[in-house]
Design a protein around this ligand. Structure first.
Ligand code: BDR
Ligand code: CA
Length: 311
């Protein structure tokens, strides 16, 4: 199984991404979960990550709290999408499992140093503050990273928090810039692909019909998520962003993309946080990211439903 660290700001779609990973031990070994401020403040994301572990029955998975604000900017949150708790929808019990001791950034550093170089993959599902802070604090770990598979950015779909920026990148563009310049292989689950991973009524019903705690909770989470996104994009259902990351680790063949150069705008007020992808190769900037734009959505939802049933 592939060893990963999930860096996250749960978030209903983060929760589904984590559940999918924990339900797939043959393909994925979750070394730990690191919480970051994003959709809601750190205190809540660190709590929600543990709620999700308990929902999956994985109370042994360590959960660390990380950075409570972006590198250089005030935190922007997204309660308008995720609700006040970040995990609105289902009613889930407060977590019993404690937070692991120590800072998420140190956990990331120590874990990369403790494992064979090239054997740990980072899976960021929120703003890139924890990852960038770890890279800055311990530059020796960068080359030890196997791959970074992240949710963030957009090219043809441009933006969801501003006209030109996707939320995770926009919240901490300086951190994103550090990650995109790291030189490690990056897979980008952009809005271009996640806006094709739509929870239709039929797919939501399939989650609920699983009948276990996780299935019902996911149906209730996506019900909540739906309220914000559906009419907004005129699509059939709400996009399920973050699970694209963990699904890619299990079944990469569900996705297609293009290896391109991606740079992050950190200066312009108008286009701050834009992921400028050289899609047509009009510069000689070196490709640094596999930018994913297409998904076999049917296969993705079948995988999700099948795995959630195992919890
Ligand atoms: C991303 O922003 C968050 O609101 C979601 O959890 C996802 O990671 C989508 O832009
Ligand atoms: Ca997220």
């Amino acid at each position: 199984a592939r060893k990963i660290i999930i860096d996250t700001d749960p978030g209903q779609d983060d929760a589904v991404a984590i559940l999918l990973a924990l339900a797939s031990p043959d393909e994925i070994k979750v070394l730990g979960i690191t919480a970051v401020a994003g959709n809601v403040p750190l205190e809540l994301t660190a709590k929600n990550a543990r709620i999700v572990c308990e929902l999956a029955g994985h109370t042994q998975t360590p959960v660390y709290a990380g950075c409570d604000r972006p590198l250089e900017r005030p935190l922007i949150t997204a309660e308008h999408v995720h609700g006040k708790t970040g995990l609105d929808g289902p009613v889930l019990p407060d977590p019993q499992m404690p937070l692991s001791e120590g800072h998420a950034v140190d956990f990331i550093i120590d874990t990369l140093r403790a494992h064979e170089p090239g054997s740990v993959t980072l899976c960021p599902l929120g703003p890139l503050t924890n990852i960038a802070t770890a890279f800055r604090k311990a530059p020796d770990i960068v080359d030890r990273v196997q791959e970074i598979v992240l949710m963030g950015g957009a090219y043809f779909e441009v933006g969801n928090i501003t006209p030109t920026a996707e939320f995770n990148i926009y919240v901490d563009p300086e951190a994103a810039d550090i990650v995109f310049k790291s030189g490690r292989p990056i897979v980008v689950m952009s809005l271009d692909v996640t806006h094709k991973a739509l929870v239709t009524k039929t797919r939501n019903d399939a989650f609920r019909r699983i009948g276990n705690k996780a299935g019902v909770a996911v149906a209730e989470m996506t019900d909540f998520f739906e309220r914000f996104d559906k009419n907004k994009y005129g699509s059939e259902g709400a996009p399920l962003h973050d699970p694209c990351v963990t699904a890619y680790l299990i079944k990469p063949e569900l996705f297609t993309g293009r290896l391109v150069n991606v740079e992050v705008e950190t200066q312009s007020e108008l286009t701050l946080g834009m992921t400028v992808a050289d899609w047509w190769g009009v510069t000689d900037r070196k490709p640094n990211a596999l930018f994913i734009g297409e998904i076999d959505a049917g296969g993705f939802f079948d995988l999700l439903t099948d795995r959630l049933a195992r919890l």
